[in-house]
Every structure is written in C-alpha cells, then in structure tokens.
Design a protein around this ligand. Sequence first.
Ligand SMILES: Cc1ncc(COP(=O)(O)O)c(C=O)c1O
Length: 443
Amino acid sequence: MSQLKISGYGDDLTVNKIRIGDLTPREHEEIELSKGGQNYSPLENVVVSMVKDSSTLIARKPDPSDVSRYVESELLDGLCCYSAVNQGQLNKIIVDSVIHHLKVEKLPTVPRSIRHKYMSAFLLAATGITGMDKVVPKVAGVESWELTFKICRRWGYKIKGIPKDEGLIIGATGNFHGRSLAAVSMSDDKDSRHGFGPFVPGIELVRFNHIGDLEDLFKRKGDYISAFMVEPIQGEAGVIVPDDSYLPKVAQLCKKYNILLAVDEVQTGFGRTGANFAHQLYNIEPDIMGCGKAAGGGILPVSFVAGKKEVIDVLTPGSEGSTFGGYPLASVVGTYSIKALIDLELAKNARIMGKQLIKNMKSIKKEFPDKIKEVRGKGLLTAFEMHDEKHLDGHAVSLGLLKIGVYAKETHHSTVRIAPALTITNDQVSILSDAIRTVIKGL
Ligand SMILES: Cc1ncc(COP(=O)(O)O)c(C=O)c1O
C-alpha cells in the first residue's frame, strides 16, 4: 500500500507533498478530472477558498499576467448553495451553537438506539416551526423526499386500503426531488435518468400547474393513489411559480379523493420565498412535507420529514432509519437554524429584498425585451429567463457575472436563478441588479 501523509491546515493542508494553497484553479480542475467522478460541471477557472461575510465569497482566479499563479477576489454569492445557506454563511447563531456544543457540551455523535437530550429540542423546534404534529430527522434533502415517498406508500396500504403493491404516487412534470433512484424514477429529466433504469414503478406524472390533468387522473385512478408529491414552486426547473389558485385547488382535490398532499420544501423552505414555507403563501395545509438544505444552516446537512400524526404514525421500528439523522450535533444545528430563521426574521427580509430584486430585474427586462423573456420569483427565489437564442446563453451570463464579482449559475440553458442569502442588504441587492444589467447589456 502506498504511503499517505496528510498534514497542516488551510492553505498549508498538504496531502502527499501537494500543498492545497499552492494549487491554481487549473490544477484544482485537473485533480477533479483525474480523481473525481464527473457528475458536475462547475464554473471554469474559479475556486472558492473562504467566505468573507454572510454573502461574500473569496475566490481564486488565474492571474491574468501569469496563469501558473492565482489572484484572489470577492464574489457576491447569488446562489447561496441552492438555498442551503439562507441564514447567511457562518451565521453567528448557528456557529456559536456548534462551538459551544463541541467544546462545552461535548456530545457529537451517538446512535438512535439510545436517546440523547438534543433530539427533544430539535423535535420541539421543528414541529413548532412547521406546525406539524411529528418530525423524522434525515440528512440530505433527497432523503427527506424519499422517506416522504415511503410514508405515503405505506399510508396508502395501511390507512387508505389500497390493494397490496398496487399503489400509485403522482408527481409533477419538471419536478426535481434529488438524485436517488426513487427521485429520478419520478423525474422527466433525461440526463438524470439515462442509464439508470429499471425505475421504481407506481409513479405517474401530471403537468405542473394544470389542475385539470390532476383532477382527471384522480377521477380515473384515485382509489389507487396515495399521494400527490409536489414542489410548491419548482426551483430547479427554473423557478416556476404556479398560478395563485393552483395549490389551493390541489389541496381541495386531495381532500376530496382522500389522497395525501406531500410538498417538497427542500428548496423553498426556511424563509426562501418570503414565508417560512412556500405552501404558506397559498394558505394550504399539506399532510406531509420534506425539508432540507437550510435546515442545516449551511453548516451541516440536515433534513427532516414533518407530517400529521396519522401519517407519520405509519412508521414502525425497523421500517426506517438513518445513522446521522438527528444525531446530537445535527439536532443542535437544526434547532439553531430554526432559531436563526425566527430571530433574524429571514422570511420578512426575503419578502422585502425579493420585492426590490424582482422590481429591478423587471426593469432590466423592460430595457432589454429582446433579451429577457420573463422574470419570475417569490421572495428571494428568483430567476430571469432569456429568449432561447444562441447568443443569450445562460452559461455565458454566469461567466459574465463571475467576471464582475457575482456568483450565479444557469439552470437549463436559458434561465439564470438568483437566490442570495436571506440576510442580504439593500446595497447588495443593488450590486446584484447592476451586475445583471451590465452582463445582459453586453450580450
Ligand atoms: C425541491 C428539492 N428537493 C430535493 C432536493 C435534493 O436535495 P439534496 O441535494 O440535498 O439531496 C433538491 C435539491 O436541489 C430540491 O431542490
């Protein structure tokens, strides 16, 4: 076996004589290409090295005068890790809780087969913020969706009385629920499915925001359907906001046909859309919901399923489990991520700043109607879609923004999502908007 030596911290972190602080963006890319799986295509020629404040990253780019070196510059973070860092990077409330927990409380990890006291705090906080009866902690966002899926299936057999193994779960076209096999079985995105079949059976899709399609399906197959699983606003699809009447009608139909309404709030939750959870914008009450991303405040992956008692209660010992779901440190991070959401009034700030950002983007659209087709969003989950033409490529916009100090990333080729930290200030909204205007003007 070859010798492996790891030493130092930060830029001095050295693995087998390769000091991380010496690597140029190109060398980082080469290591990723030769040693990592190619399941992402990150922005070229930039490596983030640290955060400066809640929404500013320090990034390394090639030195224009010597590509064997790099220069550091600031990037305003317009994406905040796909809404995982709603509370802002290194949020003090959460970081203090972690430091205190590790240094003073000293209980990082125990398994679920013995109770720990922090789980109670997390369950009280998570049921409190969601208004749901019960919560089951998980780790990644997709796991909260996957567990929701399992619970809905079991509810269908145990409570609704669907004949064994004949249950159906309905999803919406354009959905994104993550990358597990069940999640891609529900997806209609070719890239995420290609080569991964056979897929999980018992899933059907209806067009998102077409209530007639859902009603028709419920009429035909309602006795076999246990749940409709839907994102209140489709984030990955390009911030697709449904008509105001859509979700209330969905909720009515689900009630009428005794079908669970399961919402995926992994991206839309934790204040992102201007409400603590996006479904609250539409005054509906889901039966079960999945949360993730900002449930861990950008410090740890924390997710959970929250639901009504009679739904969550279909779980029994042995039917579900996760070593790190709700372990002590995650329970602390989850609890204080909720505290930050409340104490910093993040949903309110998302509402106020989002209004400003959307207004600015609409005025850019007005200035360049031949370039921007649509501006969409709720709170600080926003996007602009360009006309589908070659020179209006979304990736070119991301690269243009990067050049002038803003990090954002296209979703599909012609839409650029802008979803900054919910702690963003008025001045930063102006910087973001000015940068977008400059890049669009130059296209
Ligand atoms: C709505 C939704 N559900 C689930 C997921 C999956 O979350 P994770 O990547 O943490 O597994 C995502 C990720 O973007 C998402 O947007």
